[in-house]
Design a protein around this ligand. Structure first.
Ligand code: ATP
Ligand code: MG
Length: 761
């Protein structure tokens, strides 16, 4: 035990060993919050203050949960499988699987990921003949998710106008459709769990009695519904241990509420507020930059961070003429780092938007540097994997209409849109799922559909006794997916991915403690406790014996859950030493020896959607703070004067964040060619060697843009009122020249150059 406490500083030690009371650990990045939280669990267990079943820990990602598990098993060698450690979604899923009856869900409910949710909504609009231009599916999705995050069912929302009334009505229809099809979206996992606990005092009290310690990491990003869920799970004798950093709150757009940190202190009568001020992660230059940047925010609870590490290398800044040059620079620097012995997985390239990754990926690919993208088009989101998963979902739950529609005619088997419409009609009339409506369709259409039913039934019959990998293999074959891709020209990659699905399942089973031999579908034994009709029977068995996942879910259901919930976090090819690519959002909580923050351009980072409002800008700044503080030893910042994004050439000013970083921590690698967004004083900079030759590439000028002898596209100019800007396009000749100029925060202006007095910069 002494061991585990040995390396903590006094404040950390105080936090780890607090008595069983609620506590808030408020501390900046890299101060050891996550480490403190993990150590506290180990300490509570080791000192016998609580058994594994009395602990619940909430992490922000599944990856973090896994890491916590493995850290725990080194700190305290116990059977950690029964521990309730996971994300809010993961834990809610667990609760709903245990109490599906009380939650009014089918036992084999499937989870909709965002993509599935969107297509479900599109289908809803179509069946109800709603104009999707008036009611764009995405808007409806945001509306529904927002309502759920606030804990509102359609039935309780009072619409303010006709438009909203329609949205609410559609939300109601969506709820019915999901219920009919036995599917739940992410928001529903939480909302349903809250309702389950609210309506069921026996269950609620049981859990409140059970969990003596609830520990929450990244508390600043909990939304109101998650907070409510925590309150429902915590009883009078439960100590909540929340750790967070208000400066890292970056999910306001998804309803996260930093205010929860204040409510928490009040609601749980928190007496213990501990601050950790020593940063163990980053070298001085990096930390100082982070501190200086975040000091520009006004809404802060206030914290300071210092480090004992030396100041380290300066932060290297690159101003590249184009995104291609930016990538070239990253490659050069990465090669240096690798040459110095850094492993690729310790290097992260971060960007603000997923769309930026393509050009970086392309560069890395061409240079033969292995990389892994987090987020982006993920393994489980690839079309062929989605198809395979849909078959598996149907085998698990034939009423899943979304899955049904995805594959009923894939591979093509002559089931056209007309047939599907007929089927939908029958499903409405007889109030059954699409699969259940098949017997009502006759004629030629009926025959085609019957062949589909045969496929599903054959698979179901054949796989009864099979383990999960064989079940998947059989499904891939019998569904015709493999054959389909074998005959496709570009199918080789897809087949490889499908094969990866089988290995992903094998890996998953061993990680989750499923026996490799266990049949993949639900067995009767498994459901004994759950089906007895008494909810507490299931709970009792769980409480007593730390029943792990395998006892409450079939391997297939567990794997499908994993595919929906964990999809976003990783790609399948683990294990290889690869560069890490991800958005800043998904880098939260992680750390790397070297970090590249790319695309530091006005409009991109800070993002144009957020930069208009002060709150939005502060959130962007927190995001930048998160990005900077991921780096341990080396930090690189870059921006490109021109960038192809969403098929358009953008001419960019550099991010205002540059002006908020202390000059002395930065090392500019290029002579200044272009200026900051307007209003930033000129920066003195040492002349540094000219750019690498690859930077001498001619600036690509789209054909539609004019040229003019005095002015040049891409050139930085100065205007008395608007400050500095970049010429984006020119039109006209001689004295009648007009220019579109991007003045950054001041926006885009079309100016008549014979009137506007512009200066070259
Ligand atoms: P973030 O806000 O980014 O989530 P955090 O506060 O959770 O950061 P950790 O990830 O727990 O910080 O710790 C940052 C790094 O510092 C880790 O590598 C951790 O192992 C190390 N660390 C934490 N405390 C100590 C300590 N007392 N001695 C040495 N290293 C420490
Ligand atoms: Mg952390």
């Amino acid at each position: 035990m002494d061991n585990m406490l040995e390396n903590l500083n006094p404040e950390q030690l105080a936090a780890v060993t607090l008595p069983s009371q609620s506590a808030l650990i408020l501390a900046g990045a890299g101060s050891g919050k996550t480490r403190v939280l993990t150590t506290r669990i180990a300490w509570l267990l080791k000192t016998g203050q609580v058994s594994t079943s009395g602990i619940m820990a909430v992490t922000f990602t599944n990856k973090a949960a896994k890491e916590m598990m493995s850290r725990l098993s080194t700190l305290f060698p116990a059977n950690t499988r029964g521990l309730w450690i996971g994300t809010f979604h993961g834990l809610c899923n667990r609760l709903l699987r245990l109490h599906y009856r009380e939650a009014a869900l089918p036992q084999a409910f499937n989870i909709l990921d965002t993509q599935d949710q969107l297509s479900t909504i599109k289908r809803l609009l179509k069946t109800n003949n709603i104009d999707d231009e008036k009611f764009p599916p995405r808007n409806l999705m945001y509306f529904i998710n927002g309502a759920k995050e606030r804990g509102f069912r359609a039935s309780v929302i009072e619409a303010q106008d006709d438009y909203e009334r329609k949205m609410v009505e559609l939300y109601g229809l969506y709820e019915e459709q999901c219920q009919r099809e036995g599917v739940v979206d992410f928001g529903e996992l939480l909302l349903r769990s809250c309702e389950l606990l609210e309506k069921n005092p026996v269950l609620r009290e049981h859990y409140q009695e059970r969990f003596r310690h609830i520990l929450v990491d990244e508390f600043q990003d909990t939304n109101n519904l998650q907070y409510k869920w925590l309150k429902l799970m915590a009883g009078n004798n439960t100590a909540i241990f929340a750790v967070g950093d208000d400066d890292q709150s970056i999910y306001a757009f998804r309803g996260a509420n930093v205010g929860n940190m204040l409510s928490f202190q009040h609601d749980f009568n928190v007496q213990n507020l501990i601050r950790l001020e020593q940063n163990y992660r980053s070298h001085g230059n990096i930390l100082e930059a982070a501190n200086t940047l975040i000091a520009h925010n006004t809404h802060r609870l206030g914290k300071n961070l210092h480090t004992d590490a030396g100041e380290g290398e300066p932060i290297r800044v690159c101003e590249a003429p184009s995104d291609l040059n930016e990538v070239q620079w990253i490659l050069d620097e990465v090669n240096h780092l690798i040459g110095d012995g850094m492993s690729r997985s310790e290097i992260a390239v971060l960007y603000r938007s997923n769309a930026q990754s393509r050009v970086i990926e392309h560069g890395l690919f061409s240079a033969g540097i292995p990389y892994r993208v987090y987020g982006g088009l993920r393994f489980f989101e690839r079309a062929e994997i989605k198809h395979a998963i849909a078959y598996l979902q149907l085998i698990d739950n034939p009423d899943n209409n979304a899955a049904f529609l995805r594959v009923v005619n894939f591979p093509a088997r002559g089931i056209g849109a007309r047939t599907v419409e007929q089927l939908q009609e029958m499903s409405r009339i007889h109030d059954v799922s699409l699969y259940g409506a098949i017997p009502y369709v006759s004629g030629k259409a009926g025959t085609a559909l019957a062949s589909f039913v045969r496929i599903i039934q054959t698979i179901r019959a054949e796989v009864k006794e099979m383990n999960l990998p064989s079940l998947i293999q059989t499904t891939l074959e019998k569904s015709g997916l493999l054959l389909h891709y074998q005959s496709e020209k570009e199918g080789a990659d897809r087949i490889e991915n499908l094969e990866q699905l089988v290995s992903a399942a094998t890996l998953f089973l061993s990680e989750e403690g499923f026996s490799l031999e266990a049949p993949a579908l639900l067995t009767e034994k498994m459901t004994d406790g759950l089906n007895a009709g008494n909810p507490l029977l299931a709970v009792d068995s769980v409480i007593g014996a730390d029943i792990p996942l395998p006892m409450i879910m079939s391997p297939l259901a567990a794997f499908l859950t994993h595919a929906s919930l964990e999809a976003g976090e990783n790609q399948a090819d683990e294990g290889q030493d690869a560069l890490q690519l991800m958005t800043v959002h998904s880098a939260k909580g992680l750390e790397f020896d070297a970090v590249f923050i790319t695309g530091l351009e006005e409009g991109l980072f800070p993002h144009e959607n957020s930069a208009r409002e002060e709150d939005g800008l502060e959130e962007e700044r927190r995001l930048m703070y998160v990005a900077i503080t991921r780096a341990k030893k080396r930090l690189y910042l870059s921006y490109a004067q021109t960038r192809m994004l969403h098929g358009q050439m953008r001419y960019n000013l550099s991010s205002r964040f540059f002006s908020e970083l202390p000059d002395r921590n930065l090392k500019w690698l290029t002579p200044r060619k272009q200026s900051m967004y307007s209003g930033i004083p000129q920066r003195k900079r040492e002349p540094v060697a000219q750019f690498d030759k690859s930077f001498a590439v001619e600036k690509q000028t789209p054909a539609s843009f004019g040229r003019n002898s005095e002015w040049r596209i891409g050139e930085t100019v100065f205007h008395k009122k608007f400050g500095e800007g970049v010429i984006v396009s020119l039109e006209g000749q001689g004295t009648a020249v007009r220019a579109n100029i991007n003045f950054g925060r001041q926006g885009m202006k079309l100016l008549d150059l014979s009137i506007a007095k512009l200066e070259h910069v």
